[in-house]
Design a protein around this ligand. Sequence first.
Ligand SMILES: [Zn+2]
Ligand SMILES: [Zn+2]
Length: 373
Amino acid sequence: MKKPPIILTNVLLFILTTLAAVTLVPYEAIMFGFDGMEILAFLLLTGFAGMSITMGYHRLWSHKTFNANPVIKVILALGGAFALQNSILHWSSDHRIHHKHVDDNDKDPYSAQMGFWYAHIGWMLREYQASRYTDYSNCRDLQKDAIVMWQHKYYLPLVLLTNLGLPLLLGWLNGDIWGMFIIAGVLRLVISHHVTFLINSAAHFWGKQTYTDVNSARDNGILAMLTYGEGYHNFHHLFENDYRNGIRWWQFDPTKWLIFSLSCVGLTSNLRRCSDERIEKAKATMQLKQAQERLAQLPNADELLHTLQHEYDLLLQKMTDFYATKKRLMDIRKRKLLLGYEKLDLDFKYQELKMHFRLQKEKWIKFNSMRFA
Ligand SMILES: [Zn+2]
Ligand SMILES: [Zn+2]
């Protein structure tokens, strides 16, 4: 089959930025060195671009796992243009198709079944998506979001403004425009590109299938360290409406921590979580499946499989009982809390009425004791 034509802009962009990063950065480092401010700016701006994609493009806009204050949305939209990964609208449209048709080579824009290179970067180098390039019918909700549409309309100027403006401004302030541009502009861009690309490639190849094996997505703690928490991709593909990717407190997911922290000061809200029961059940079912495959090889497989099934059924029963009771307990606690508020309210009203009554009574007595001539 003949391959579709090459997208020259993308190919040149990736080649030139990569070449610049692997030649100019080491040259600058050896000849002149980078100072502390340049390294700090590089780290902060890498994080800004990366988290704008994970928190903004991915968890906020593609999956709507929480709501955000407009100020936060504008910052994330600018950071997304800075990361140079197409507009929010386009990225989210691709990503929603990726979830809906994951691993389907005809539909999934970055199907892992096409190989590591294709899922990582190859899909952007040729006109594979030409037929639906401007079809955003799966993002009608985002088309109503003024910030999304503003960023889409002014995407190119915003790309230039952030990618040139930020490093050049910081460089000027620091007294070395070129050095800052090389490290916080070019190297930062190449790194934040590949960090995101790894989620489409590596997170569909390496790691554990903890919750499901109906798609190629994997949980990978090491990858989570590089991708602001998105390495827990197996969980994410099954529970895409959850604002978390690493659900345990110790799992490295700075995107989750940032969304949660912002919710404590009211800048994000309605953080969505899938129920613990559904998550636990998916995990147990996967463990059953994997154990069944292991045990099937053994000589006394029948007996072992029977016991395994029995233990699994018991586990599920106890799980259901536990979560049902937990829910009842939470309901009661909630009601008690409400009752507490009601009591407080009533107490206040009681005191108020008591005072009014006393005053009126005094007035009444006074009135009655008046001598009417
Ligand atoms: Zn996703
Ligand atoms: Zn994926």
